[in-house]
Ligand binder design. Sequence first.
Ligand code: PMP
Length: 385
Amino acid sequence: QIYLDNNATTAVDPQVLEEMLPYFTTHYGNASSTNHVFGKKASAAVVRARERVADLLEAKEEEIVFTSGATESINMAIKGVFERYQSIGNHIISCVSEHKSVLDVLRALEKKGAKVTYLSVDKDGNIDLNELEEAITDETVLISLMFANNETGVIHPVKEIAEIARDKNILFFCDATQAIGKIPVSVKEIGVDMMALSGHKIYGPKGVGALYVRKKSRKIQLEPLVHGGGQEKGMRGGTYNVPGIVGLGAACERCKELLKKDGKRIAKLRSYLESALLNIDETFVNSGDAKRLPNVSNIVIRFIKAEQLMANLKNVAMSSGSACATGSLDPSHVLMAMGLDKEDAHSSLRFSLGRFNTEAEIDLLIDMLNQKVTKLRGESPVWEL
Ligand code: PMP
């Protein structure tokens, strides 16, 4: 089995797991019960994890709120701003190519009176900053734009977006789920107001994530999503998921350690894979001309349905250009927004490489793909060379 679906989720790094394990058994205290040693141990672990997450993002510890993952962080940020600031304005700006966890929140808020402008993307998946500036009205309270796209890897100009937001006194929330751990992400450098991240995309466990909420200069007031217990300074109730939080902290530290080395190695493997695939006739890379994450290759192999290729390559884990989340076969909203036709969207495959991939795996994949493409095109009535 070759795993090339690291944008969907990653394996937990063994070092991360090792750090987590004692918090399931020996140190199982409730991090809020600090009147005894069990609670103290758990509480210290949460403090340490918060430092490690903050360190990776160049944030302060008090700016990190632990959540159950990016989806919750996204809900917390967008709903939290809308609830709190709707007396100031009800307009939010986002983009058609955002992840469903952002788009679905916005749709829910539209039913509650929010007005949302969805920016378009060009053929490479890039937004237009002029369109962003023109979309701003007196009612705009929030800009919600992702750092890097999960399907194509396209990187948005987050620093410029943050500048525009700051100029107009609008909050900027960034879903950085896919960027963190793959490229350097510094909240200080970007000047973002809120940022979401997830443990399971960065070789940490599932079911844990964080929201960065800026404390400096202008304090952001969010309406909490989960009430109860007073944890996270009342921002997010519920007993601390100590092993998960420890895992998230360890994963962040490991990402910081490995970022340069891993990034270079993975980028090399990705280019190697991509050039081999481009040697096949009638192929092209989606967002090929855009600034992209170093680990993703979203490629169209024309005249073959991605699903069909995947069914023929059962020992390779990858993803197709269909809306995977619901298991539906609708073409991806991201690729459609970039102007691909349905045929090309259905012929799109996403390879997302990660920390544990090797050159030998990529060699094997290239061989297998070449064989299967020749075979399937040979059987196809529409394929003629
Ligand atoms: N945003 C993006 C860009 C993602 O890729 C994902 C995961 N597919 C999410 C948000 C949701 O993350 P989580 O699974 O942690 O809720």
